[in-house]
Design a protein around this ligand. Structure first.
Ligand SMILES: NC(=O)c1ccc[n+]([C@@H]2O[C@H](COP(=O)([O-])OP(=O)(O)OC[C@H]3O[C@@H](n4cnc5c(N)ncnc54)[C@H](OP(=O)(O)O)[C@@H]3O)[C@@H](O)[C@H]2O)c1
Length: 243
């Protein structure tokens, strides 16, 4: 499927943390294909040309209110959830505070859980739905300095696979996308030396463009992926092979 392929039937899509980075690319890919898209954003303004609702994923009331608002804008229940919002608070284990651990687990894992729980209300009734969780290669391989982040991203695999088993009979799929190094604000901040060091370990010898993650997410939401559930799909240039 090419990036420009349109969806056979427009779907109602919600992307969390869709105001920048990977989330924004995912939201634009769905919108460009003719789907009805709402992004959640935490601060500032929604991105140009996309509908947005404010949402803090660490707060259940905020998540539930954001879904209510999004479903008004979309004209019906969310059919595709992309749980993308996430943070890092890197540090070595010995120096990692409880707060740094909890904050990352709350945003990345519990935040995705809150969104999935709310999204499935409408999906169960409709007897169809797609849940797509944005994890990370770090969740599969582990990464020094990322005990909190890797634990949260590994947790998404257990979350998705439990939901896949629980709700498969209702026509709902739950899959995980595990990106490696992607060209975003975060990786743009790396020094050339550090970047070169990472690139040398990646079989594809480059970082990915955000659109390369978006294409895989769109595939998982498409009819072609109707029988794919509980899968972990790496988009990492081969970095995490075997995990
Ligand atoms: N970049 C990479 O190389 C890479 C690699 C593997 C996995 N990932 C994962 O891919 C996802 C997107 O990454 P990115 O690089 O695009 O990140 P980003 O540019 O830092 O964007 C993160 C998004 O999540 C939102 N967010 C964070 N905490 C939130 C909270 N508590 N409530 C609501 N929204 C919140 C942010 O909102 P604000 O704008 O308000 O901060 C922002 O929209 C993340 O889950 C990340 O872990 C990224």
């Amino acid at each position: 499927m090419s990036d420009t392929a349109s969806s056979p039937t427009p779907q109602r899509v919600l992307v969390t943390g869709g105001n920048r980075g990977i989330g924004l690319a995912i939201a634009r890919a769905f919108a460009d294909a003719g789907d009805d898209v709402v992004v959640t954003y935490r601060s500032g303004e929604p991105p140009e040309g996309l509908q947005g609702v404010r949402c803090e994923v660490t707060d259940t009331a905020s998540v539930d209110a954001a879904f209510d608002e999004a479903e008004q804008l979309l004209g019906g229940p969310v059919e595709v959830l992309v749980a993308n919002a996430g943070i890092t608070r890197d540090g070595l284990l010995m120096r990692m505070s409880d707060d740094d651990f909890d904050a990352v687990l709350q945003a990345n894992l519990a935040g995705a859980f809150r969104c999935a729980r709310r999204a499935t209300k409408g999906m169960i009734r409709a007897r169809k739905g797609r849940l797509i969780f944005i994890s990370s290669v770090s969740g599969l391989t582990g990464a020094p300095g990322q005990a909190n982040y890797s634990a949260s991203k590994a947790g998404l695999v257990g979350l998705a696979r439990s939901v896949a088993r629980e709700l498969g009979g209702r026509g709902i799929t739950a899959n995980v996308v595990a990106p490696g190094f992607i060209e975003t604000d975060m990786t743009a901040a790396l020094s050339q030396d550090v970047r070169d060091g990472y690139v040398a370990t990646i079989p594809m010898r480059r970082f990915a463009q955000v659109e390369e993650v978006a294409g895989v997410v769109r595939f998982l939401a498409s009819p072609a992926a109707g029988y794919v559930t509980g899968a972990v799909v790496p988009v990492d240039g081969g970095l995490g092979m075997g995990h």
